[in-house]
Design a protein around this ligand. Structure first.
Ligand SMILES: Cc1cc2nc3c(=O)[nH]c(=O)nc-3n(C[C@H](O)[C@H](O)[C@H](O)COP(=O)(O)OP(=O)(O)OC[C@H]3O[C@@H](n4cnc5c(N)ncnc54)[C@H](O)[C@@H]3O)c2cc1C
Length: 387
């Protein structure tokens, strides 16, 4: 696991790389053209950060969850689309296969992720199953050597450019959750898959898609974990995804703070820099408080993930703190930049548009508050939700 100096060096290396290859203007252009910048992800593999959730046997350099959070934060500071695709591939699929996949699946899949050659989308959400994944209807019928999938997913980000879609299917109607759900690593080009991108308000470089499965036959070897064993994988995957989603919010919060501070020192009104007006200075101070507290909570959750202990509570708290730091700092940044905040050139409006997603995805903040509150009085709501 990287120490503080190594994490600082990692952050500096990423910032240097991203500032060369993904300027605000580049990112705005990719979003407008709805084109995913494959070349940026390829460069991340060269920096050695696509193997942070598994060990060197499979080409990885992990697991290292603090480092993972630094990468996600720095990517989100630059582009939500990049951060999300990295997250589903490395944090969710990489971690799920490393922890629960068969030896054969680990040996085939993880080196491709580490090399930056494989992108994986995660398909949990369905039209009737968002926060309530127990309502999931996509079925996986098992025969001797295959699982045959029928159904529909929605909001599957990156499905049209992924090599694999990690798909949650119902393999039993006997229960809502335990024993009834199974993860299958479906080849994205399998016969019977149709992907339709949706029109959305932010992060358009990574398409968020509907995925239709019609008699999609996948060998049983592509099942992750046991048949009916998705629940434990889901908990583990969601813990990691939530900490990382918090880190995405933090990336936006830090980026908004950096841009707003620079602007407030430069922009003069009424004969002085606007940072000298107390209303603006206090907005900046509030942004610093949000960033610092979110960072500490995300580091705490990353350490708990690293320890291997259950971290449902810490990941929920970190996700809420990071995502709400993102929305509040983006909002503060818009106010500080005034009319210029609306202009795409400054990148603040992108933060504002992108930040909302992190309060919704990976378990909405209401569902997670519900879970935190219920655990105070000893009730479990872990079965409800979410991606
Ligand atoms: C841009 C984008 C990208 C996404 N990418 C992916 C992806 O890659 N893979 C994937 O599987 N999913 C993805 N999602 C889906 C995302 O995880 C879901 O939107 C999220 O889980 C919420 O589900 P829902 O939208 O169906 O909302 P619903 O569950 O219908 O919730 C609607 C509202 O009701 C509230 N609510 C629901 N139940 C309760 C309750 N019991 N108590 C209190 N409030 C409640 C919610 O908090 C929310 O405010 C993405 C979504 C977006 C917008």
């Amino acid at each position: 696991m990287a120490d503080d100096v190594e994490l600082r060096d990692l952050r500096n290396a990423l910032r240097g790389y991203l500032s060369r290859i993904a300027s605000d203007a580049d990112v705005a252009r990719w979003d407008r053209a709805e084109r995913f910048p494959d070349e940026v992800l390829g460069g991340l593999a060269a920096l050695g950060v696509t193997g942070l959730t598994f060990d060197e046997r499979y080409g990885g350099v992990g697991p290292d969850y603090r480092a993972l959070c630094v990468v996600v934060e720095e990517l989100a500071r630059v582009s939500g689309a990049l951060a999300w695709v990295y997250l589903t591939t490395v944090s969710v699929a990489g971690r799920a296969v490393a922890r629960y996949g068969s030896a054969d699946l680990r040996a085939r899949i993880l080196p491709q992720i580490a090399a930056g050659d494989l992108r994986v989308s995660v398909a949990l959400t369905e039209p009737e199953a968002g926060s309530d994944l127990g309502a999931l209807r996509t079925t996986g019928a098992l025969d001797s050597d295959s699982v045959v999938i029928n159904g529909q997913k929605v909001f599957t980000t990156g499905a049209d450019t992924a090599g694999r879609i990690l798909t949650l299917v119902r393999t039993s109607a006997q229960a809502r959750f335990r024993g009834a759900l199974t993860f299958v690593l479906v080849p994205a080009d399998a016969d019977g898959i149709e992907v339709r991108p949706l029109d959305k308000m932010a992060g358009q470089a990574a398409h968020t898609c509907e995925v239709f499965y019609t008699d999609v036959r996948v060998p049983r070897t592509e099942i992750v974990g046991d048949v009916g064993g998705a629940l434990d994988i889901l908990f583990a995957a969601l813990d990691s995804e939530r900490v990382c989603t918090g880190a995405m919010g933090l990336g936006i919060a830090q980026g908004a703070l950096d841009k707003a501070r620079a602007y407030a020192c430069e922009r003069k009104q009424f004969g002085k820099a606007i940072v000298e007006h107390q209303a603006i200075a206090h907005l900046l101070a509030d942004m610093v408080i949000s960033v610092d507290s979110a960072r500490l909570l995300i580091e705490r959750a990353a350490d708990k993930l690293q320890s291997g202990a259950p971290c449902g509570h810490e990941s929920a708290v970190a996700k809420i703190a990071g995502s709400e730091a993102g929305t509040s700092c983006a909002n503060g940044g818009m106010q500080i930049l005034g009319g210029y905040s609306y202009m795409t050139e400054y990148g603040m409006e992108r933060y504002w548009r992108e930040s909302k997603l992190y309060e919704i995805a990976a378990g909405t903040n209401q569902i997670l508050r519900d879970s935190i509150a219920k655990s105070l009085v000893g009730q479990s709501v872990r079965y409800r939700h979410c991606n």
